[in-house]
Design a protein around this ligand. Structure first.
Ligand SMILES: [Zn+2]
Length: 253
């Protein structure tokens, strides 16, 4: 494989770069929850035949000349293997060290709470997807451009620093529970501007990951539902029939 000497976007060292770095890892395309809010096990064959909820962005997510082998395989690889372990434990319903509970928010929205989820590793994993989409030149990620936040994220990811709870807070919604949500909603990652600031939204396999970038942009009432330094994470389950409404309201589309 030809390798080019260019500057790695993460460590900024010049050297041979990989010709195939992914932006969104494969394992994120596994649906996690079924219609009863139970964690769902996916048949990989069905998934390949397109029977699962999944619809990929039309372009591939691989890109050349972004990262060196150390950054891709070791720095990002560490976050990814942790995230894969956590998400796979949900899919296979074998939570292991992770504690999974269901409950409701004050407004009655069903939620799944997971404990013992490493705040630093899982948050940096999710932030690395946002960052990779921002540095990507692929059309599918053209709405994701972080400007000055890109450099802040680069340092955090490289240094293993997840920041405080209100630094780039992330909310996660599951749409699997709402049959009224068209699968066509699963599309390229987007940006929503609300008066409070900008949000970036990734819909991957029926899950919506909402990243808040500017420090003013986050309604602090939602803070307890983001990834917590106490290693707790919450997934919201969108009530049947209200997916599009909630989606528009929250995402300001
Ligand atoms: Zn590097």
């Amino acid at each position: 494989m030809t390798q080019h000497r260019l500057q790695c976007r993460l460590c900024l060292q010049t050297g041979p770069l990989l010709q195939k770095s992914h932006i969104i890892p494969e394992f994120m395309y596994k649906p996690l929850f079924d219609e009863h809010h139970k964690l769902v096990k996916v048949d990989p064959k069905e998934y390949l035949e397109g029977k699962a909820f999944v619809q990929r962005p039309s372009s591939g997510e691989y890109e050349a000349n972004l990262l060196c082998g150390v950054c891709d395989n070791e720095t990002l690889g560490r976050y990814e293997s942790y995230a894969e372990k956590f998400l796979t434990s949900l899919v296979t319903r074998s939570p292991g060290d992770f504690i999974v509970e269901t409950g409701r928010s004050e407004t009655g929205i069903e939620l799944t709470r997971c404990r013992n989820v490493d705040y630093a590793k899982f948050k940096l994993f999710l932030l690395s997807i946002l960052w990779r989409a921002s540095i990507s030149k692929r059309d599918v990620f053209s709405d994701i451009y972080l400007g000055p936040y890109e450099e802040q994220l680069r340092k955090m990811i490289k240094d293993g620093d997840p920041g405080s709870v209100d630094c780039f807070p992330i909310l996660i919604f599951s749409w699997h529970t709402d049959p009224s949500m068209p699968t066509g909603f699963i599309s390229q990652p987007g940006k929503a501007r609300a008066k409070e600031g900008t949000r970036y939204i990734f819909i991957i396999s029926g899950m919506s990951y909402v990243f808040h970038v500017s420090p003013r942009s986050f309604d602090r009432r939602y803070l307890p539902f983001t990834l917590q330094p106490t290693n707790q994470i919450t997934f919201f389950h969108v009530p049947p029939g209200s997916g599009q409404d909630l989606f528009r309201r929250y995402h300001d589309f």
